[in-house]
Ligand binder design. Structure first.
Ligand code: URA
Length: 211
């Protein structure tokens, strides 16, 4: 059984930008912009172990063996709709990655995920999948998304979230101990409605100004 791994990205810029997102006064456009920046910074850590090989490169002065990325190609998968906010930033950093979308919403009564859309590249089994969703609350949505990705053939998956609840991490790891999780923060707890405390509110509503 693989040992679950959690990487909390505690770089000062990440911590600062997360604070901007948490502030309830942060307006919609600024919220989108900061989430994009934050996701870019996180993308840097999530891809830290990508394989490199060397190839001869001619600089204006000489030739030398320079490192370039090799190994698995990437696929970024967003859990709609809040995942779109993270996808934008990661995509800027990884422009050649393919993109997938999973539509899952939380039933407000049962807090369980309901699927309404699923589209990923056909060669998903050959790619490293980076699944993005800003909030890991109960963990059930990410858990269901990873089940769907594995059913579609994905064998190498990482999960990047901005804020995780301890309960969500436990639930997620019970089902997917093989999937490393990256978070900017592990917050205190969930409230009775399944929101993360202190959290940042409803990430989708804050991204799109729907409440
Ligand atoms: N989803 C959100 O957007 N925020 C939470 O706090 C929990 C789930």
């Amino acid at each position: 059984m693989p040992i679950p791994t959690l990487t909390v990205i505690d770089h000062p810029l990440v911590r600062h930008k997360l604070t901007l997102l948490r502030r309830k006064e942060t307006p919609t456009l600024r919220f989108q912009e900061v989430m994009r920046e934050l996701s870019q910074l996180m993308g840097y850590e999530v891809t830290r172990d990508l394989a490199l090989e060397t190839r001869p490169v001619e600089t204006p002065l000489t030739t030398f063996d320079a490192p370039i990325l090799t190994g698995k190609k990437l696929c970024l998968v967003s859990i709609m709709r809040a995942g779109q906010g993270m996808l934008d930033g990661m995509r800027t950093l990884l422009p050649s990655a393919r993109i997938g979308h999973i539509g899952l919403y939380r039933d407000q009564e049962t807090l369980t995920p309901v699927e309404y859309f699923f589209k990923v590249p056909e060669d998903i089994e050959e790619r490293l999948v980076i699944l993005v969703d800003p909030m890991l609350a109960t963990g059930h949505t990410a858990e269901a998304a990873v089940h769907r990705l594995k059913d579609a053939g994905a064998v190498s998956i990482k999960l990047a979230v901005l804020v995780a609840a301890p309960e969500g991490l436990r639930n997620f790891y019970d089902s997917h101990p093989d999937v490393p999780v990256y978070a900017a923060s592990v917050d205190r707890q969930l409230n009775g409605q399944g929101y993360i405390l202190p959290g940042l509110g409803d990430a989708g509503d804050r991204l799109y100004g729907t409440r």
